[in-house]
Design a protein around this ligand. Structure first.
Ligand SMILES: Cc1ncc(COP(=O)(O)O)c(C=O)c1O
Length: 468
């Protein structure tokens, strides 16, 4: 058997080989197209990755929402170390957990209105599915329709996958019944769906800010939804799994609008401070009580009877949330926006052939890369391996070439979204300093200055040389 110590000695070639044999062969083929797929990280701290070969990489992925605090935040490490040193109880089960109690209290303190009742599973998809089940139970199983947006991303389990509009057309896994899409941001489309299923809609699920497409709902739309849901007694669920804890410039995106309160909000990602795999739904007290507040149903919903509310996971989340509040993460995101917004817009203006769109809020921006030779569309059609099924092949390839050049030439780690028009995501951790934001902007400017054709040629040449 290999030990943890042995992991430190595995070469990148050996890791690829083990992945090929025991994890996922095609993942290796895909990810070795990028510089970061061919290297290993020695340690990660703050906004930086330190590679085995000594290179220091600026991490601008923000861990795809998980790393608002950066890597290995000292306060988070400290809390976890103290937890271990004191031999605190990890697995509570039928004992009550002071950590679950305190975390529930803090969430209720921070969220508006009577959003007071928390459920704490492990992943975003579990929180979404828990929220949808809560809404179904609230109506006692008498309503059967749940509305979701056409461009939504809510997770990849069977239920959350059904409610993910973006997954349509790729591969149809079986799903939950009664899921009906509406057009994101279009109140008339929601009204029409509610009217078409009069008296049968138990929940409306929406991301107020869609992190995977970098689109967001207007205040008018969100308030209109609230009004409609109140009038029709529909449970309104805001999915803020990505956008919580300051990322877009307010604690949660919807909280920029005073008095706006959904019936349920979901969170995860930076809720765990970059260390703990924890998520939550937080429900309005009357909604939660009507659904589950009796002796028979008290334990009815528990997606995670195994891993629910573990001690160190919750202690970590308590610290992560306290850091976000004490260090004013929303304010930090707003200051990052003051640099990113004008910087990215200037870049878009200087590179009109390469940049199709720039949009975002706080420390979460998308740069949609345009252009690229149209012959790539034809290449995708005749290429093996299922690429023909991907109508976004050209956009993905040109954006991948930009991600690769940022990494190879400027030691900057970034990613692009697999949803919408596949924007390059600019979502740094909230601990990033102004000079690091400037460094990113200069690097992106220089990369785009090379032109898409040159970037693609280099990217393709590297891919080919990695095959031989
Ligand atoms: C808005 C949103 N909802 C749900 C999810 C699913 O979370 P998980 O991947 O933890 O299941 C994600 C993940 O990216 C997300 O961004």
């Amino acid at each position: 058997m290999l030990s943890v110590e042995d992991c430190d000695d595995l070469t990148v070639g050996q890791v690829h080989d083990l992945y090929r044999r025991f994890v996922n062969r095609s993942q290796v083929n895909l990810m070795t197209s990028f510089g970061f797929g061919r290297e290993l990280v020695e340690r990660a701290e703050g906004a930086y990755l330190h590679l085995r070969d000594g290179r220091r990489i600026l991490d601008f992925t923000g861990g795809v929402g998980v790393l608002n605090h950066g890597h290995n935040h000292p306060r988070i490490l400290d809390v976890r170390q103290r937890f271990a040193e004191r031999r605190r109880m990890e697995v509570h089960k039928t004992y009550f957990s002071p950590y679950v109690a305190a975390l529930g209290h803090n969430l209720a303190e921070l969220l508006p209105g009577d959003l007071n009742m928390s459920f704490l599973p492990n992943s975003g998809a579990e929180a979404v599915e828990g929220a949808v089940k809560l809404a179904y139970k609230y109506h006692g199983g008498r309503r059967h329709t749940v509305l979701h947006a056409d461009i939504s991303f809510h997770g990849k389990l069977l239920g959350s996958g059904t409610l993910t509009g973006a997954s349509r057309g790729h591969f149809a896994f079986p799903g939950i019944s009664g899921a009906v899409p509406f057009t994101y941001g279009d109140l008339d489309s929601v009204r029409a769906a509610v009217a078409a299923h009069k008296g049968d809609v138990y929940a409306i699920l929406i991301e107020p800010f869609s992190a995977s497409t970098v689109n967001w709902c207007s205040e008018e739309f969100l308030r209109g939804l609230r009004e409609l849901c109140t009038a029709e007694d529909i449970v309104l669920i805001f999915d803020e799994i990505y956008t919580g804890w300051g990322k877009t410039g307010s604690l949660f995106y919807f909280m920029r609008y005073p008095g706006l309160v959904p019936d349920v909000v979901t969170t995860s990602k930076s809720f765990g401070g970059g260390k703990s795999s924890i998520s939550a739904y937080v429900a309005r007290q009357p909604v939660f009580r009507k659904a589950y507040d009796n002796a028979t149903d008290a334990l009815l919903h528990s997606t995670s009877t195994t891993y629910y509310g573990f001690g160190e996971e919750c202690a970590t989340a308590i610290e992560a949330v306290n850091i976000a509040v004490e260090d004013d993460y929303p304010g930090r995101a707003r200051r990052i926006e003051e640099q990113l917004a004008p910087g990215l817009k200037r870049i878009a203006k200087e590179h009109p052939d390469e940049v199709a769109r720039v949009a975002g809020a706080g420390a979460l921006w998308g740069v949609s890369i345009g252009g690229g030779p149209r012959v790539l569309d034809l290449a995708a059609k005749i290429a093996p391996g299922g690429l023909a099924r991907d109508p976004r092949f050209r956009a993905k390839l040109v954006t991948a070439a930009v991600v690769n050049a940022l990494y190879q030439d400027h030691d900057i780690y970034s990613y692009y979204a697999l949803n919408g028009d596949n924007p390059l995501i600019v979502g740094p951790p909230l601990i990033v300093e102004p000079d690091e934001v400037d460094r990113f902007l200069d690097a992106l400017d220089a990369v785009l200055g090379q032109g898409i054709t040159k970037l693609l040629t280099r990217f393709a040449a590297q891919k080919l040389s990695s095959l031989w």
